[in-house]
Ligand binder design. Structure first.
Ligand SMILES: Nc1ncnc2c1ncn2[C@@H]1O[C@H](COP(=O)(O)OP(=O)(O)OP(=O)(O)O)[C@@H](O)[C@H]1O
Length: 231
């Protein structure tokens, strides 16, 4: 609540209140430099706000120890970040199944578990290829598969379709929408893609660090911060 991000004298995020409910897809749009990624990183627990607070399931990140916050991020959140955090020397399948391996799943079952999503994203034929040998768009789809592998409570995705053509962007969007609908996953998307944002339950626009409800809001789910939220 009332989240602020400052980089020196610059205020990248100013007084933002945003709540995510289970099963909803929220899109944040806005011009380059308006503060979208900074806000996403705060909500995702990878950047501490300069002021204000962020909580998940009633627990404020600032009150958690390092290990507790790491466990929350690893187990409950899935990430697709702009500068993909894939491990280049591992294969597609190894990267995508990493969250499951970290959760203690053995290699065989973990690899089998991620195959369907890799298939749906058109990456089934690349399972054994090293990520260092993929195109940008292929790597982006692996990042999406990895973010969803452990069926997180919340997915934070920063331009998840930025490197994709329309067919592959639609496949990625479909994964998010299905997960939200079928598993109650909350999805926060930062996107420049109007086609993607149009499918969100709620849309926000960022301008100069401030956030406002954007165009095309579906009134059934529109609203401000809510209690009982996933985040
Ligand atoms: N680590 C940093 N140190 C200093 N300034 C930063 C840092 N990260 C971001 N900024 C600045 O904060 C502002 C917001 O950046 P942010 O990346 O959040 O914007 P954005 O809306 O996600 O932009 P884009 O659409 O280009 O990714 C920008 O002016 C940027 O230059």
């Amino acid at each position: 609540m009332n989240v602020e991000v400052r980089y020196g004298a610059q205020r990248a995020v100013r007084g933002v209140d945003l709540a995510l409910m289970p099963g909803e897809v929220v899109a944040v749009t806005g011009s380059s430099g308006s503060g979208k990624s900074s806000l996403l990183h705060c909500l995702a627990g990878v950047l501490a706000p300069s002021a204000g607070s962020v909580s998940f399931g009633g627990r404020e990140y600032g009150s958690l120890g390092d290990e507790e916050l790491s466990a929350l991020r690893r187990e409950r959140f899935g990430y697709v970040f702009q500068h993909g955090e894939l491990l280049p020397e591992l294969t597609v399948e190894e990267n995508a199944s990493l969250p499951l391996r970290l959760a203690g799943r053995r290699k065989g079952p973990a690899h089998r578990a991620v195959r369907p999503v890799l298939e749906r994203l058109g990456m089934g034929g690349f399972a054994d290829r090293r990520v260092s040998q993929l195109s940008g768009g292929q790597a982006q789809r692996v990042a999406v598969a990895r973010a969803l592998a452990h069926q997180p409570a919340v997915v934070f995705a920063d331009e998840p379709t930025g490197a994709l053509d329309s067919v592959n962007a639609a496949a990625v969007l479909d994964e998010f929408l299905t997960l939200a609908r079928d598993r109650g996953t909350a999805v926060l998307l930062v996107t420049h893609d109007e086609g993607v944002a149009a499918h969100a339950d709620r849309r926000y626009e960022m301008c100069d660090g401030r956030i406002s409800l954007g165009r095309g809001v579906r009134t059934d789910t529109a609203g401000g911060p809510a209690s009982g939220s996933a985040l």
